[in-house]
Design a protein around this ligand. Structure first.
Ligand code: KMT
Ligand code: NI
Length: 180
């Protein structure tokens, strides 16, 4: 997984949006934001993903195929929804099985976007309460395992003055040592 600051140049969300030269984001920064990741080769990943899932308490899972073929009639709507800046009241955990894409997470307090370019083998944990979004890249497909702690709660809460005072958002800010 490559992490870098998003260039904020208007235009196609599927383009890399890497500054020239690139502004890399270091692992320490991701850790300070509560973003966690592991790399587990897809070939023979099952037992290793199971071990991480067990250790982290991720009890349930399903597979999502984000592509025209995979999503059918709801494709355009889903793509739009994924790219709306939002937060969840639970972690968003993804293990990439195939394809590629971009998760953007907000750095706090700068409010800069950090782009995470994910590829097969990446296991990414986006913490509850962080503002983020997702887009496919120009290859237009990604296949991922979605893991969750209990029953899946997929509700995205789009960023607003309401989410700014959501208890999970406040708890997140406390966890990274930022006071709103
Ligand atoms: C999400 O919730 O944003 C997604 O599931 C995106 C696709 S998973 C690679
Ligand atoms: Ni999300």
């Amino acid at each position: 997984m490559r992490a870098y600051y998003y260039d904020n140049v208007p235009g196609d969300q599927r383009l890399p949006h890497d500054y020239i030269p690139s502004k890399p984001v270091f692992t320490e920064t991701l850790i300070s934001l509560g973003v966690k990741y592991w790399t587990i080769p897809v070939e023979g990943h099952e037992s290793k993903v199971d071990a991480v899932a067990q250790e982290q308490g991720y009890k349930n899972r399903d597979t999502i195929n984000v592509s025209k073929e995979g999503l059918g009639a709801v494709y355009e709507e889903k793509i739009k929804g994924f790219f709306q800046e939002h937060m969840h009241e639970d972690e968003e955990i993804r293990y990439i099985l195939g394809g590629s894409g971009f998760f953007d997470v907000r750095e706090t307090p700068s409010d800069a976007w950090i782009r995470l370019a994910v590829e097969p083998g990446d296991l990414l944990v986006i913490p509850a309460g962080i503002y983020h979004r997702f887009t496919l890249d120009e290859a237009n497909n990604i296949k991922a395992l979605r893991l969750f702690k209990d029953e899946p709660k997929w509700i995205p809460h789009n960023r607003s003055s309401e989410t700014d005072i959501n208890t999970h958002r406040i708890d997140y800010l406390k966890s990274i040592g930022v006071t709103a």
